[in-house]
Ligand binder design. Structure first.
Ligand code: FES
Ligand SMILES: [Fe+2]
Length: 458
């Protein structure tokens, strides 16, 4: 049963018309308001977080029937679950009685949720199960309006679960489009083409969510923002050219590039900088505590095959960014969650290898231990640099009279940014071409009039 939402979109549409989006988003620059205006942020919660496919979680986080995790779709608290029949659903975490959240845990297993306030309980299909002392009510509780609202469209791509409230959105596969190719390559490197999501580094910064998305493919900042990390990785002569050393010198002369792939998605590919041989990726892995011990013991056990195994623990040199809130980078899944116009959660989920077919000869524990070490590095030593910059941008953008933010690197230089026959736009790794393209898509979405709906069990 689909339910059209009349009140909020009507208000949002009239607000959207108050802005001249072409003035705010120009070819080479954007206005500070798109990062600072609470009313624009509120519009984004329907025009972007609601109207497009938003990443919610991974199937390995809810492997069994009745498993759930609590996540967000924009500001909406969501219970992402596998119901008792195995169907994946995204329920609004909101009691239909007086609106409190039904579930306050991060994860668990439940056939039903009992509201902590007055005890109404709901099956994990969203259907109202029971109400305490129903003889005090004259209504018919079989009316679907008492069942929990849920996101009408929830689809997975190879384990990654996305959801939208927009019946007019394209199918998920069409939305992802060309970005599925790097996603497939990222997955197919793993045994069985699968990963399992592990625990996460949970970070929060005082800045707009788009500052993180602007940065997600930014190859221009690395040598400056992450100087301490680059220096740490390259301090010892025998580990020179490791870690992110491909950013040394002039990064545009290094074998890497960025590609804009439509619908706001983009991809920075640093793989051409890596030698194509077993162990090529491990050879450039930065220093991590205990890595020599693991590598030595794997080499003793597996001989030359150890190199391939070690590559699985290494950080894949890609940034695969799916608009608006999902990135695959290294071996992480990074998720952006807006909290307010000037506050954002950034969660870095680790991923583990699952060796269902036993191709790793029993080394899966070691690989995942080592992989955890490699995954601890960037969120702790690199992401903090980025978050500090995002917070300082938000502070800088408080200068009301200095209105513009430039993203014109690479613009107007003949032959530098190329559009292929497939529509994919490629540019040097330091260019801001992907920013200009995704923000055009953002503008298109902000001008649109999405009609969002929820669903309830009949
Ligand atoms: S708010 Fe949930 S039972 Fe009252
Ligand atoms: Fe960075």
């Amino acid at each position: 049963m689909l339910e059209r939402l009349n009140a909020p979109p009507a208000r949002a549409e009239s607000t959207a018309e108050r802005y001249d989006w072409d003035e705010l988003v120009q070819e080479d620059r954007v206005h500070r308001l798109i990062y600072t205006d609470p009313a624009i942020f509120e519009l984004e919660m329907t025009h972007i977080f609601g109207a497009v496919w938003v990443y919610l979680g991974h199937e390995s986080q809810i492997p069994n029937n009745d498993d759930f995790i609590t996540v967000r779709l924009g500001l909406r608290p969501i219970i992402l679950l596998r119901d008792s029949d195995g169907k994946i659903r995204a329920l609004f975490n909101r009691c239909t009685h007086r609106g409190t959240t039904l579930c306050r845990k991060d994860r668990g297993s439940a056939r039903f949720f009992q509201c902590p306030y007055h005890g109404w309980s709901f099956l994990n299909t969203g259907k109202l199960r029971a109400v305490p002392w129903p003889d005090g009510y004259a209504c018919d509780f079989k009316d679907a309006k008492y069942n929990v609202a849920q996101v009408p469209r929830v689809e997975s791509y190879r384990g990654f679960i996305f959801a939208t409230l927009n019946p007019a959105a394209p199918a998920l596969l069409e939305y992802l489009g060309a970005i599925t190719k790097p996603i497939d390559e990222w997955l197919d490197r793993q045994p069985g083409g699968k990963i399992a999501v592990c625990e996460a580094n949970r970070l929060r910064y005082k800045g707009n969510w788009k500052l993180a998305y602007d940065n997600s493919g930014d190859g221009y900042h690395v040598v400056f923002s992450h100087r301490s990390l680059l220096e740490m990785e390259n301090r010892q002569a025998d580990v020179a050219n490791k870690g992110m050393s491909y950013y040394k010198g002039s990064p545009d002369n290094a074998p890497m590039y960025m590609a804009y792939m439509g619908h706001g998605h983009h991809f920075k590919d640093k793989r051409p900088a890596i030698e194509k041989r077993p162990g090529g990726l491990w050879a450039v892995e930065g220093p991590h505590p205990g890595m020599e011990h693991y590598a030595q013991s794997l080499r003793q056990r597996f001989g030359t095959k150890a190199e391939e195994i070690l590559d699985l623990a290494s950080s894949e040199p890609v940034n695969i960014n799916v608009f608006p809130n999902f990135s695959l980078l290294g071996n992480h899944i990074q998720v952006f969650e807006p909290i307010s116009v000037a506050e954002t959660n950034v969660t870095w989920y680790g991923t583990a290898v699952v060796d269902e077919e036993g191709v790793l000869g029993g080394a899966v524990e070691e690989i995942n231990a080592l992989r955890m070490r490699t995954q601890e590095q960037f969120p702790n030593f690199g992401e903090v640099d980025d978050l500090a910059n995002f917070e300082e941008i938000q502070r800088g953008l408080a200068c009301l009279e200095d209105e513009w933010v430039y993203m014109h690197r690479g613009l107007g230089i003949p032959g530098r940014v190329r559009t292929g026959e497939d529509g994919i736009i490629t540019a040097p790794a330091t260019d801001e071409a992907f920013m200009r393209e995704y923000i055009k898509e953002w503008k298109r979405l902000m001008k649109a009039s999405p009609n969002l709906v929820v669903q309830r069990e009949p």
